[in-house]
Design a protein around this ligand. Structure first.
Ligand code: SAM
Length: 349
C-alpha cells in the first residue's frame, strides 16, 4: 500500500512519512495527497464550506508572545477595544448577511473580564438563539470558561501553538506555560465546548519532530476544529526578521490533518490568503472546509495586526462576504452560512 493510502486508511502517520511528505518534490504524490484530503472532506461535508463571521474585539494584550504583533512589548501597535454596542452592531450586520456563527477573538485584555464578556455573550445568545457563539480570547480560568459557557457560548478556539514544551518555551516568555495552555484546552473540552486547537506552520524553531508531535496531539485530543496557518513575521517583534512559513507546507499539513481526523472543521485562514493570492482557495482544495470573513468595523481592521500585510483590512463586511462567496463559487464550492456544526459521523470515529 502506498504512503497516502496508508495514512488515509490507518488515520495515522509515522514520523518518516511526515518527513517524506514535507520534503517531496514529487508533484504526483502531492496531487494524490490533495485529492485524498478533498475526497475525505467531500465524504463528510460535500462541497459545502462553512462561513463564520469574525469579530476582532480588542488589540490590547497582556501577553508577550514573541511572534505576535499584538504582544504587550510592541509599543508601535495601535490599540483599540470595541464597545458592547459596536459588537452588537457587528452581529446585527452579520446576521443580516446570513451568518449564523459569530467568532469573537481578541488579545488577552482584562477589560473583557467575566462580567463584561458574560453580559455580551448573554445578550447575543438572547438576540440570536439560532446562532453559534465561538470565543477565542486566550487563556482564562476554568471558572471563567464555565461562566461563559453558561452564558451561551458554544465553541472555543485556543491554538495549542506547539505540542512540544521545549518549542513552546522558545516562542513565549518564561511566564507563559505550555502545561497551562494544555490544561485550558482540557478544561474547555470537559465543560462541553466544541474546541479548536492549532498551530502556526513554519514558526521559528519548528522541526519535523515538533510537527509530528502536533499531529499526534490532534489525533489524541480529537478537537472539533483545528486552526493552522503560516507564521508571518510582524514588525517590531523579536521574530520580525524570521522567514515566513511556506504555503506548500501549510497545504500539505491541512491535507494530512483532514486524513488523520476526517470530520474536523478546518479553516482556510487569512494568513494563507496573505501569503498567496489564491491561498484560501488552495486551502479548500487541500481539504479545508471553513472560511472566516471579517465582520469587524472597517476602521479598526488594520489595527488587529498580528502579522504584517494582512489582507481584507479595507473592506466592509458585506464586501468581505460577497468576495469570499465568489471565490468559493469560482472553484466549485458552495458557501453556507448555517451554524455548520461538527459532524460526528460514525465513519469519523
Ligand atoms: N489571544 C488569543 C489566543 O492566544 O488564543 C487569540 C488571539 S491570537 C492573536 C490568535 C492566533 O494568532 C494565535 O493563536 C497564533 O497562532 C496566531 N498568530 C499570532 N501571531 C502570528 C503571526 N505572526 N503569524 C501567524 N499567526 C500568528
Amino acid at each position: 500500500m502506498d504512503i497516502i493510502d496508508n495514512i488515509r486508511q490507518t488515520r495515522d502517520i509515522t514520523r518518516e512519512q511526515l518527513a517524506t511528505i514535507l520534503a517531496t518534490d514529487d508533484d504526483t504524490l502531492v496531487e494524490r495527497l490533495r485529492q485524498a484530503a478533498r475526497d475525505t472532506a467531500d465524504a463528510v461535508y460535500g462541497n459545502k464550506i462553512f462561513m463564520r463571521g469574525l469579530i476582532e474585539l480588542t488589540s490590547h494584550c497582556k501577553n508577550d508572545c514573541l511572534y505576535c504583533g499584538l504582544r504587550r512589548s510592541n509599543r508601535t501597535a495601535v490599540r483599540y477595544r470595541l464597545t458592547d454596542e459596536q459588537i452588537y452592531e457587528c452581529c446585527a450586520t452579520g446576521y443580516n448577511l446570513g451568518f449564523r456563527t459569530f467568532v469573537m477573538q481578541g488579545g488577552e485584555d482584562g477589560w473583557f473580564d467575566d462580567t463584561r464578556m458574560c453580559r455580551i455573550v448573554r445578550t447575543i445568545r438572547q438576540q440570536y438563539p439560532d446562532c453559534a457563539i465561538t470565543l477565542s480570547l486566550g487563556e482564562r480560568s476554568r471558572e471563567s470558561y464555565q461562566a461563559l459557557y453558561d452564558a451561551g457560548a458554544n465553541r472555543y478556539l485556543l491554538r495549542h501553538e506547539t505540542a512540544s514544551p521545549e518549542h513552546y518555551a522558545r516562542l513565549h516568555p518564561a511566564e507563559m506555560s505550555w502545561q497551562h495552555r494544555m490544561d485550558c484546552l482540557q478544561a474547555l473540552k470537559e465543560i462541553g465546548y466544541q474546541v479548536g486547537c492549532g498551530f502556526m506552520v513554519g514558526s521559528p524553531y519548528q522541526t519535523v519532530d515538533t510537527l509530528y508531535a502536533d499531529l499526534q496531539f490532534i489525533r489524541s485530543f480529537q478537537p472539533q476544529m483545528v486552526g493552522i496557518g503560516p507564521f508571518i513575521p510582524a514588525h517590531d517583534t523579536p521574530f520580525a526578521d524570521q522567514p515566513h512559513g511556506k504555503v506548500s507546507d501549510t497545504l500539505r499539513l491541512l491535507a494530512l490533518i483532514r486524513l488523520l481526523h476526517p470530520c474536523v472543521l478546518l479553516p482556510a485562514t487569512t494568513a494563507l490568503g496573505t501569503l498567496h493570492p489564491q491561498g484560501r482557495e488552495l486551502g479548500i482544495q487541500f481539504g479545508a472546509n471553513v472560511v472566516m470573513p471579517n465582520l469587524s468595523p472597517a476602521e479598526h481592521r488594520k489595527d488587529y495586526s498580528i502579522y504584517d500585510n494582512k489582507i481584507c483590512t479595507g473592506e466592509e463586511s458585506a464586501e468581505c462576504r460577497a468576495c469570499t462567496e465568489g471565490r468559493l463559487r469560482r472553484i466549485g464550492f458552495e458557501s453556507v452560512v448555517d451554524r455548520g456544526d461538527y459532524r460526528n459521523r460514525p465513519a469519523c470515529g
